[in-house]
Design a protein around this ligand. Structure first.
Ligand code: NAD
Length: 502
């Protein structure tokens, strides 16, 4: 007897630690991409609802901005513990809505947890400077203060990790947050936001508003939202940056990617092949740091392609909640887009070495595509120029290190890149000359630790500040420089001159 699908769950905004009680206007469907089943009905916020949520956050920001560092740190530690305890539950929600494997979902929460741990050290990070006696009886010091209400807008591909890049630091620095998660996989953010309540953070400090463009634009336009951290595709990142800045906000908008990995003739080819397969097909290629182009120097290209092919044959594709290596793509529309690129690659004359469409339908009604490999791709083909965001790897054969480096630097994106070599001199030159924000040397997905900052260059980031690390602390705070005089009682008198020091 087949199980009857349960009725879709209503998923709504979280305001002041409570589920929003209003009447939803527009809604959208949330699906399990492994089965195609509709599992949720998501409320999409109107501009008015966004206004209600921001008003709650604004009130909370007043109190939380004055909370002692000791109190904030205790909340951070408590939140860390709750996140650890709820990892499995959150990971299950991610797999059910995004499609990635359970292990991968646990891993993304783990990377988010590292940011929470970084934020636990906030007293050290918020220390300003102090100079005693800059002038007679005068001391100078700086303090870092919260901004007030900040918005975090996140993409579908890391429903837990990306919000966790920002929210713990925003909270630790004394701000209130309104999170607008992706409408494709919204549940993980609700589960995580609820943990802040248990951690003792006051109502209204962490809020979630669900929605689409209308909600995003309302956050961008709202005068009480002082900063926006956005992660998503490049066209939307550009829009968010321009509209947010025009409204007078501080904005960091991280965009799309087309990450290249350059393999030199002296590289360990097994290491390079493992890296290409892991970084190309992990999470079905739906990672902003996924490798999508392998630049293989001509003398090793045949051997490298053979080793990649060998490894793709071992990958198990299926429902991410089972024992598989790769789950489905996030939606039917995204699957269609990615398979459209596979067709375009064939038409453009690239050599389709592994065709992930084969056997995909037999996996069931989900949005499956197996690992796909093209060889002899040229820089004019759309599979090279466009971000595909699926399990499609393109091998471009290059004559030399210089040709490979030039291709990377000519690319409009600059998120991540990697070089595989045993030549330290070549690696050093690469690290110095490549125009990309995050560089791996014999490391395919060089995602920085929480205490460094994450961000790309060129069309992969609009704004000046990268995510987390010390740049994250600066993004969520304003510096105030204070000059104080406690004069000797004998000192005083009028002086209309410009202040000089003596
Ligand atoms: P997306 O740009 O479609 O959506 C991102 C967010 O913007 C979502 O919350 C969505 O609701 C909202 N949005 C979508 N269209 C909008 C519009 N027209 N106006 C205002 N808001 C809008 O991105 P996605 O498909 O969810 O995520 C995948 C993309 O994110 C890829 O391009 C990937 O490279 C990128 N990404 C980048 C990084 C990074 O660190 N640079 C990290 C993760 C993902």
């Amino acid at each position: 007897m087949s199980a009857t699908p349960s009725a879709p769950t209503r998923i709504t905004h979280l305001v002041g630690h409570r589920a929003w009680q209003g009447e939803p206007g527009r809604t959208s469907e949330v699906c399990n991409p492994a089965t195609g089943e509709v599992t949720g009905t998501l409320d999409l916020a109107s501009a008015e609802t966004v206004g209600e949520v921001v008003a709650v956050a604004r009130e909370a920001a007043r109190e939380w901005g004055r909370a002692s560092l000791a109190r904030r740190v205790r909340a951070l530690f408590a939140f860390r513990q709750l996140l650890v305890e709820h990892t499995d539950e959150i990971a299950r929600a991610i797999t059910a809505e995004h499609g990635k494997t359970h292990d991968d979902a646990v891993a993304e929460i783990g990377r988010g947890l590292e940011v929470v741990e970084f934020a636990c050290g906030i007293p050290q990070l918020l220390k300003g400077g102090f100079s005693e006696g800059v002038s007679t009886d005068v001391d100078a010091f700086s303090i870092l203060q919260p901004l007030g209400v900040v918005g975090v807008i996140s993409p579908f591909n890391f429903p837990a990790m990306v919000p966790l890049w920002f929210v713990p630091i925003a909270v630790a620095t004394g701000n209130a947050v309104v999170i607008k998660p992706s409408e494709k996989d919204p549940t993980a953010v609700n589960l995580i936001a609820d943990l802040w309540r248990g951690a003792g953070v006051p109502d209204g400090v962490v809020n979630v508003v669900h929605g689409d463009k209308e909600a995003v634009d309302a956050l961008l336009d709202h005068p009480d939202v002082k900063a926006i951290s956005f992660v998503g595709s490049t066209p939307v990142a550009r829009h968010v940056y321009e509209r947010g800045v025009a409204a007078g906000k501080r904005v960091q908008a991280l965009g799309g990617a087309k990450n290249h990995m350059l393999v030199l003739p002296d590289a360990d080819l097994d290491l390079a092949a493992d890296a290409a397969v892991s970084a190309g097909y992990g999470a079905a290629g739906e990672r902003c740091m996924a490798i999508s182009v392998v630049l293989a120097t001509e003398s090793i290209a045949d051997e490298l392609v053979a080793r990649i092919v060998e490894r793709t044959r071992t990958l198990r594709v299926g429902d991410g909640s089972g024992d598989v290596d790769m789950g489905p793509l996030v939606t039917r529309a995204h699957l269609d887009k990615v398979t459209g690129y596979v067709e375009a690659g064939v038409e453009a004359g690239a050599e389709l070495v592994v065709d992930g469409r084969e056997g995909a339908e037999a996996l069931g009604p989900g949005y499956f595509l197996g690992p796909t490999l093209f060889d002899r791709v040229t820089p004019r083909m759309s599979i090279y120029t466009d971000e595909i965001f699926g399990p499609v790897l393109s091998v471009v054969r290059v004559a030399s290190f210089d040709e490979g480096l030039q291709l990377i630097n000519d690319n409009p994106y600059g998120n991540g890149t990697a070089i595989f070599t045993h030549d330290g001199g070549a690696a050093r030159r690469f690290q110095h000359e490549v125009e990309v924000g995050m560089v791996g040397i014999n490391v395919p997905i060089p995602t920085p630790m929480a205490y460094y900052s994450f961000g790309g260059w060129k069309s992969s980031l609009f704004g000046d500040t990268h995510a987390h690390g010390i740049e994250g602390v600066h993004f969520f705070t304003r510096t105030k420089a204070v000059t104080q005089r406690w004069p000797d009682p004998s000192h005083g008198g009028l002086d209309l001159g410009f202040p000089t020091n003596g």
